[in-house]
Design a protein around this ligand. Sequence first.
Ligand SMILES: NC(=O)c1ccc[n+]([C@@H]2O[C@H](COP(=O)([O-])OP(=O)(O)OC[C@H]3O[C@@H](n4cnc5c(N)ncnc54)[C@H](O)[C@@H]3O)[C@@H](O)[C@H]2O)c1
Length: 354
Amino acid sequence: MRTIQLKLRSASSRIVVGPGIYPELPGLIEDTGLTGPFLVVSQQRILSEIDTRPLRGWPVVTIPDGERAKTLGTVRKLLDQMLELKMTRSSTVIALGGGVVGDVAGFAASLLLRGVAVVQVPTTLLAQVDSSVGGKTGVNHRVGKNLIGTFHQPRLVVADPTLLDTLPEREYRSGLYEVLKYGVIRDATLFSRFESGIDRIRARDAGLLDELVYRSLRIKARVVAADEKEGDLRRILNFGHTLGHAIEAAAGYRRIRHGEAVGYGMIGASRIAVRMGMIESNVGRRIAGAIDAIGPRPDISMLDIATMIESITHDKKVRDGRVHFVLPEKIGSVVMRPDVGRNHVRSTLRELIR
Ligand SMILES: NC(=O)c1ccc[n+]([C@@H]2O[C@H](COP(=O)([O-])OP(=O)(O)OC[C@H]3O[C@@H](n4cnc5c(N)ncnc54)[C@H](O)[C@@H]3O)[C@@H](O)[C@H]2O)c1
């Protein structure tokens, strides 16, 4: 078991990573100084797949499955249940699930009694390497995704790769794109281990996953520590996301998982970097090769380029009317570029959907 301490101005998070640590949850919570009463927030499906004995009979409430449950309505119901269960300021919410549970439970915890402690126990790969750390919570609005939310740092994050055994294949693969993202933006060793270990990764080898999850979280924690509230540095975590979001939006947030769209987006960003002379074409091919080795992505050939371009110009990363792309300058390092020509974006999208 390895620990990462994330020290921030507003709060601190203790992140523990290791295969087989989930059964030690009560002890880990106690070591963090959290005394309870506790409330577990999860989803029915997760509770039926995962051993619930480490939850010690704590009360459990569930939220519906899926991105469509990430609404203010779900948060309101959750707050009702929390108040009916007479939660106090010393209560702790334990979010057991993927990014949806983490975002919704974290948001409700940040609002209840002006904020109660939250422990994140991520059960998807995406949540283990990304959403459980950094304190972003929130829900969607019909105008767009994640538009309503707070920053509320978890006191403890318990990432156990063996919890991923029951994860559906497509969800698992979606998380692998995010792992590879960390390799490209900050960690050439992680990238190489990913490339050479792809068969073990596909077989969900807990030892290798432990290493990949740990290295990913270490990067996320360092970036968040240096830039808690999403200034420039934290934006490097958005590598692949500008084109990725455009693909998700053009697909109407259906059919394509976020990670799969980021997979396409990373290939696109690498091609733009080649076009701009920032990396050699063999480096671009190496990045694309690692992404392709994860497995097939859904077909996007029916998506409309004009809709994608429209969505890019409305992206959160647009400042002063310029789209800021995160582009690789080598494997292990990226930079923000505000000067990507429209023609490069258009040609790259055309290639991607081919
Ligand atoms: N807060 C952040 O910083 C941040 C970062 C990235 C993404 N997100 C958010 O995360 C969400 C996506 O999260 P996700 O990809 O984890 O999806 P998810 O939470 O919807 O989980 C995917 C599916 O897997 C099931 N599941 C989860 N763990 C399981 C397990 N161990 N075994 C079997 N089934 C399991 C869930 O019930 C669900 O059906 C999005 O809403 C996104 O906006 C947040």
